[in-house]
Design a protein around this ligand. Structure first.
Ligand code: ZN
Length: 578
């Protein structure tokens, strides 16, 4: 119609075209102006030393975040454009190190006991007196007072604590305070009396009642099997169901607090946990770490179908509470001499450990669950246990074809040299805990000798063979603090910083690598490497700012490093100064 008109009246055509050109040019100016309008961020972090773990863009100074996501990573100048004055929250990192949030690939997470006296990292023993006093003030006479995680080597005087430290403040209550390793305990005189432990009591087999060298009196420290002598004579506390659930809720809040203060923004629970409890935490705005929750491995298809229903409710695409992997045990532990080995133990040649399942039953379960598409994670400590699980995973590929299954071996602790390359060949993830190495190395060599120990915690060999490690802690077996894991990975020395080069130093990692496996590696193990584990545009804004430069400080400073900020899903969930 319009073109008909223009055709009939050429004059009109020229005038119209001129007007149209003019209008179009104005429109173009308006359009281009709106296109260059800078996108604004909700949160900007400036002035940092950003270790991105992104190999294409390894370092940066600043980060822009919008909603849950990182929208830009770059120089201070480029990111300052994202600041909307008065609206964008700006964190000045003051030149400090910024890394992706820690992702603990193996935890046993759950509610803490709100009355437990936490003594980890105590350096001044008088703090113990104060904390026990405060807890007793809230308790009834006769009620059991429990706490622990103290480590006398961290005390300024490095002396074992004694009952005198707590007796004055606890005349009417039994007090039990465990050492960090759980192998010794400090008790008060109230407990010694009720247990009938005196100067005359002989040391039990495999245990020691520590005694004052001058008087011979028990000091209050009971080691190993001497702990079995304890009778607390505690008054039983009865609680209503409501009181119990309040305590559990408080316990969850405490556990969440611990995780965010340590910069752990993702948790992968090894095995089952209460999905609904975490949903409640999320609804109430208290879920400050993402969590994967699994189920025990089974070959029963009815149960597996039920798991599938749960998985639909907590899908892999979700970022907060997700269905994880199916867990089973193939053997025991090195500490208790139950790891399944090819050859007998050096310190006990009558045994080569214990299998938790016979091979065929374990294989059957794995094959059934693999066929239904589940991810599987099996605990394996001994070299034979690891070999078995690798064989079984190999069978899944033979029978069901190669898929991106990312089956895991939890701990992957002692490996035969010939099994090391099989992890990457089969796409099996070694899910490992660096602190186990520095806690267990004391007895590992005694149990299995130095030749077999070469394949223990063999991080470097696995990486060289092409594996992507996933790092974690096995909390609460070990502390949740990632700084201990980083320290262990780069030193392979005990926590006191013993002399020398570390235990099998050729397996040590560089700090950047240790951080990578604690972030991107763990994300890969849960199929999340395209959303988590790097500080990169489009990734979830799970970010940690630490108070020391882990990349340059002396090794002795690593475990003293603290978190300044924890950001999860774009929100500041912990700030040390606030
Ligand atoms: Zn575990």
């Amino acid at each position: 119609m319009l073109f008909d008109l223009l055709y009939k009246f050429p004059f009109l055509n020229i005038v119209f075209m001129k007007k149209l050109t003019f209008l179009l040019s104005i429109l173009t100016i308006i359009m281009s102006a709106s296109c260059t309008t800078q996108e604004k961020a909700d949160l900007v972090i400036i002035n940092g030393k950003v270790l991105t773990i992104d190999s294409e863009n390894p370092s940066a100074e600043a980060i822009a975040v919008k909603g849950e996501n990182i929208i830009a990573v770059g120089t201070g100048k480029s990111i300052s454009a994202y600041i909307d004055e008065g609206k964008t929250e700006v964190i000045d990192a003051g030149g400090k190190l910024i890394i992706p949030g820690f992702n603990d690939a193996h935890v046993h997470f759950g509610p803490l006991d709100p009355d437990y006296i936490e003594l980890r990292y105590t350096t001044d023993p008088s703090v113990i007196t104060e904390k026990v006093k405060a807890q007793i003030a809230k308790s009834k006479p006769g009620e059991l007072i429990q706490g622990g995680h103290w480590e006398h080597e961290m005390f300024t005087d490095k002396k074992w604590p004694t009952k005198e430290l707590i007796d004055k403040v606890s005349p009417d209550n039994p007090v039990l305070l465990s050492r960090a390793d759980g192998h010794s305990i400090l008790v008060n005189s109230y407990v010694l009396e009720r247990s009938g432990i005196t100067k005359e009591t002989p040391d039990p087999f495999g245990g020691e009642i520590q005694r004052d060298p001058a008087t011979g009196e028990p000091t209050g420290i009971l080691k190993e099997t001497a702990q079995n002598l304890i009778k607390t004579g505690e008054a039983k506390i009865t609680r209503s169901a409501e009181e119990d659930s309040t305590r559990t809720w408080k316990g969850y809040l405490l556990a969440m607090k611990e995780a965010r203060e340590l910069g752990v923004t993702s948790l992968q629970n090894a095995g089952a946990a209460d999905f609904e409890a975490y949903e409640k935490l999320q609804k109430e705005g208290q879920l400050t770490s993402r969590i994967d929750i699994g189920k025990p491995l089974t070959g029963d298809t009815t149960i597996l179908l039920k798991y599938r229903e749960i998985e639909k409710r907590y899908p892999k695409e979700e970022n907060w509470i997700r269905f994880g992997y199916l867990k089973a045990f193939s053997d025991g532990s090195m500490g208790s001499g139950t790891a399944l080995m090819f050859e007998p133990f050096d310190d006990n040649p009558t045994t080569s450990g214990l299998a938790m399942w016979n091979y065929d039953d374990l294989e059957k379960m794995v094959l059934t669950a693999d066929k239904m598409g589940f991810q599987i994670g099996i605990h394996a400590i001994g070299d034979k246990a690891n070999n078995w699980v690798l064989n079984i995973y190999e069978k899944t590929v033979e029978l069901h074809g190669k898929r991106d299954s990312r089956h895991r071996i939890e701990h992957s602790q002692t490996l035969r040299q010939s099994d090391i390359p099989r992890f990457s060949q089969l796409g099996v993830i070694p899910s490992m805990q660096p602190t186990h190495c520095i806690s267990d190395k004391r007895f590992c060599e005694k149990r299995i000798g130095s030749e077999r120990s070469k394949g223990a915690y063999a991080w470097r060999s696995l990486i060289d063979a092409g594996s992507m490690l996933a790092f974690g802690t096995d909390y609460q077996v070990e502390p949740l603090n990632p700084m201990e894991g980083l320290y262990a990975a780069v030193t392979r020395k005990d926590r006191l910083g013993e002399k020398g080069d570390g235990w099998f130093p050729e397996q040590k990692l560089a700090m950047e690598e240790a951080i990578k496996y604690y972030t991107l590696g763990s994300a890969y193990a849960q199929f999340m490497e395209d959303r988590k584990g790097m500080i990169k545009e489009g990734y979830l804004a799970d970010i940690v700012i630490v108070d020391k430069d882990l990349l340059t400080i002396p090794k002795s400073e690593i475990m003293k490093t603290k978190v300044d900020y924890t950001i999860m899903g774009g929100k500041v969930v912990y700030a040390s100064g606030r």
